[in-house]
Write a protein that binds this ligand. Structure first.
Ligand SMILES: Cc1cc2nc3c(=O)[nH]c(=O)nc-3n(C[C@H](O)[C@H](O)[C@H](O)COP(=O)(O)OP(=O)(O)OC[C@H]3O[C@@H](n4cnc5c(N)ncnc54)[C@H](O)[C@@H]3O)c2cc1C
Length: 436
């Protein structure tokens, strides 16, 4: 049976590899000239930057983590996470609730007071269960942590009001910290959060794209790049997939590209399904890459919740992930700005974005203009799925339609779920097990 895989990002390539290992005849159809999707990297003047935002390899899923690490086994650097939150000109330990002793005393008081009062109120049952993400933040962390960090940071990254976001996704992703940890953290006894990420891997050479290259190695001859799918038709037992010039035929067709690109390729999609897909929310990303002479702060990355400091929500230091992503004597900085399609950030030129980030790094005392030896900008239309209050209703309609049409959905923007690389690979592994 010939299987066509729509989209050649991490999900499409992993799917092709695993199906190929099971004896399937596969073809991956990728719109861009290079495969890899959000997991691509570019090297220029000896600086290597990930083009879909700064990536690291970590997972709670032992099987998936072992798979990813096996893929880069001869090209792996292991790192300890040192992550901070830039708050009132201080670098506060991450996660915020584990860094309370780094805060000014009045903020530390507000955070611990809010946490304990909320915990008592929740246990007495005097606070109603939360109905949206904003209420969940207050219900879980109290007003101090909510207002110092959780609400401003989340509104900055999602570019969406937290009271209009759903909370179905937070369980397991953002845990409620034990009260003991909050007290320890406030009085300065070391505690760690998100421990599954405290040691992470990164390819020594080639950026995160080295991972997708390793995964794609056995199926390289089965990838068609520069094939932007514009129509998909079912004819008897065959799918006919076209880029407008050429038709590829296959018995099975699996989608890993964004739903927003899939639905316009299909005929006779009902109005309510189109409307539901149009109503799904996501945000876009610009990455501003800066190469500098000399060293940078010894952090993995820094979250910046305060919009007054600058537009970037996160600043990463990839030359601490791998010694080979910057030339000798130089360091790399990658700033991420999420935005809404067509908004003010989308309209900024590359030079304006570079200046915005340079000013921001200056305010944070991370660097001065004279140190800069390289800069570039990358843009990604699809970065994060945003779970609004209508999400579950809309996605159910779209998924039901695609399943009925016989097109399985696998991957971040095909399933339209907040899946990291490990989540995508897990979806692929589960799919291949039940659909060999
Ligand atoms: C800022 C940021 C940071 C991240 N950091 C991490 C991290 O540290 N660790 C981690 O595990 N994960 C991270 N992720 C998540 C990770 O990038 C994704 O989970 C993963 O790359 C998704 O892969 P995918 O193949 O499902 O989707 P994509 O990479 O989006 O691939 C979809 C592919 O479909 C192609 N396509 C689209 N339209 C068409 C068409 N009409 N015809 C043919 N092809 C088409 C696209 O070109 C693309 O190649 C991060 C994501 C972002 C945005």
């Amino acid at each position: 049976m010939k299987t066509a895989i729509l989209g050649g990002g991490l999900s499409g390539l992993t799917l092709a590899r695993l199906l190929h290992e099971k004896g399937n005849d596969v073809i991956v159809l990728e719109a861009e000239q290079h495969y890899g999707g959000l997991c691509r990297s570019k090297t220029d003047r000896e600086f290597t930057f990930d083009t879909g935002g700064s990536h690291i390899i970590f997972s709670r899923d032992a099987e998936v983590l072992a798979f990813m690490r096996r893929m880069i086994a001869d090209n792996e650097q292991r790192n300890n996470r040192t992550t901070k939150i830039f708050y009132k000109h201080l670098f506060v330990k991450y996660p915020f609730e584990n860094g309370l002793s780094d805060l000014p005393p009045e903020d530390r008081f507000a955070c611990i007071n809010g946490f304990v009062k909320t915990l008592i109120a929740v246990e007495k049952g005097v606070i109603p269960a939360p109905a949206n993400f904003r209420e969940w933040i207050y219900y879980t962390f109290g007003d101090g942590i909510a207002e110092c960090y959780m609400v401003p940071y989340n509104e900055k990254i999602w570019k969406y009001p937290t009271e209009r976001m759903s909370l179905h996704w937070v369980d397991g992703r953002i845990p409620r910290p034990p009260v003991e940890d909050i007290i320890k953290s406030a009085i300065g006894i070391n505690t760690e959060g998100y421990t599954h990420q405290s040691v992470f891997s990164y390819p020594l050479n080639g950026g995160i794209e080295a991972l997708v290259h390793a995964i794609a190695a056995p199926i390289k001859n089965h990838i068609r790049t520069g094939f932007r799918i514009v129509s998909i038709e079912r004819s008897g037992t065959q799918w006919k997939i076209s880029n407008g010039d050429e038709v590829i035929e296959a018995e099975r067709c699996i989608c890993t590209m964004p739903l927003q690109h899939l639905l316009p390729c299909l005929e006779h999609v009902p109005r309510e399904v189109k409307d539901a897909a149009d109503a799904l929310k996501y945000n876009s990303l610009v990455c501003i890459n800066i190469g500098i002479e000399g060293a940078v702060l010894d952090f993995s990355w820094v979250y910046v919740p305060d919009p007054a400091v600058g537009k970037a929500n996160r600043i990463s230091f990839p030359s601490h992930y791998s010694n080979k992503v910057a030339p000798p004597g130089c360091s790399a900085i990658l700033a991420e700005i999420t935005h809404q399609p067509g908004d003010e950030v989308a309209l900024m030129t590359d030079d304006e974005l570079i200046h915005e980030v340079m000013d921001m790094l200056g305010k944070m005392q991370i660097l001065t203009y004279d140190k800069v030896v390289f800069s570039s900008v990358e843009r990604q239309p699809f970065a994060y799925v945003v779970y609004d209050l209508e999400y579950q209703k809309n996605i159910a309609l779209v998924k039901e339609y695609c399943t009925g049409a016989g097109i399985p959905l696998v991957g971040r923007f095909a399933q339209f779920e907040y899946l990291n690389m490990d989540g995508c690979i897990r979806s692929v592994m589960d799919f291949v097990t039940s659909n060999p």
